[in-house]
Design a protein around this ligand. Structure first.
Ligand SMILES: NC(=O)C1=CN([C@@H]2O[C@H](COP(=O)(O)OP(=O)(O)OC[C@H]3O[C@@H](n4cnc5c(N)ncnc54)[C@H](O)[C@@H]3O)[C@@H](O)[C@H]2O)[C@@H](O)CC1
Ligand SMILES: [K+]
Length: 206
């Protein structure tokens, strides 16, 4: 059983509009589900994009920090999602280890973190990916592939089309993928996802 991008967006909309479950609650459910699956390590590099996939990552970073883990959080681009901004505001009260990647020079710091930490969480793009990965995002994806010790993608490896599994320019090669609610169509038999685990979202089935 797998879902298309459109079916997943429908499930999110049904949960938020029909059942009045606010997106931040769905994000927190996902984050806790992911935390419970991946908390067996000591040090993490969390790489976040501009949308709700990034929001998931920042919320997971909070739970890891509150449970005594070493966490470096990187944010690429500018936070567009309300839920990402809210989670960043909270995380900023807990740590100064939050770094913005605004240009290629900032990637040096990311590489140092990737090399020294046990695990990298890829939270750059989820099912919101809508075009080819280029520019700074492409450089960040390449840095993860070249320097990460062990890569866990959140929802879907960044750079993969959720419906077709096609690599849009550049994509993260994941050791594992923590997919939210249900595996997406483009992930079925797609070796780039590594081992797939379904994460509870707390959204009613439709
Ligand atoms: N309530 C919800 O909607 C929930 C969403 N969830 C997470 O939210 C993700 C979807 O979030 P979003 O729709 O915000 O988008 P994403 O976080 O997947 O993508 C981030 C942003 O990147 C931009 N983008 C797309 N392709 C790009 C490219 N090639 N280069 C540069 N920027 C690009 C898009 O405008 C998007 O806003 C899911 O994959 C999942 O991880 C989960 O938190 C569960 C709840
Ligand atoms: K991702």
């Amino acid at each position: 059983m797998s879902l298309s991008r459109e079916e997943m967006f429908k499930i999110d909309r049904n949960a938020t509009e029909v059942h009045k479950i606010r997106p931040i609650i769905l994000m927190e459910n996902a984050a806790l589900g992911i935390f419970n699956e991946i908390n067996k390590y000591d040090s993490y590099t969390v790489i976040c994009g501009e949308g709700n996939n990034g929001g998931d990552g920042v919320a997971v970073a909070r739970h890891l920090l509150l449970n005594g883990r070493e966490v470096d959080t990187f944010v690429v681009g500018d936070a567009k999602s309300e839920e990402l901004r809210e989670n960043l505001e909270i995380l900023e009260t807990l740590t100064t280890n939050i770094f913005k990647i605004k240009n290629v020079e900032d990637i040096e710091k990311l590489i140092d973190s990737l090399e020294v930490n046990e695990v990298s969480l890829d939270c750059i793009f989820g099912i919101g990916l809508s075009r080819k990965v280029e520019g700074l995002f492409k450089e960040v994806v390449k840095a993860i592939n070249e320097h990460s010790n062990y890569t866990i993608s959140i929802d879907i490896p960044s750079g993969i089309d959720a419906n077709t599994g096609e690599v849009l320019g550049e994509a993260v090669f994941a050791n594992e993928t923590m997919t939210i609610y249900e595996e997406k169509d483009g992930m079925v038999d797609n070796v780039i996802c590594g081992k797939i685990t379904n994460i509870y979202l707390g959204a009613p089935k439709i």
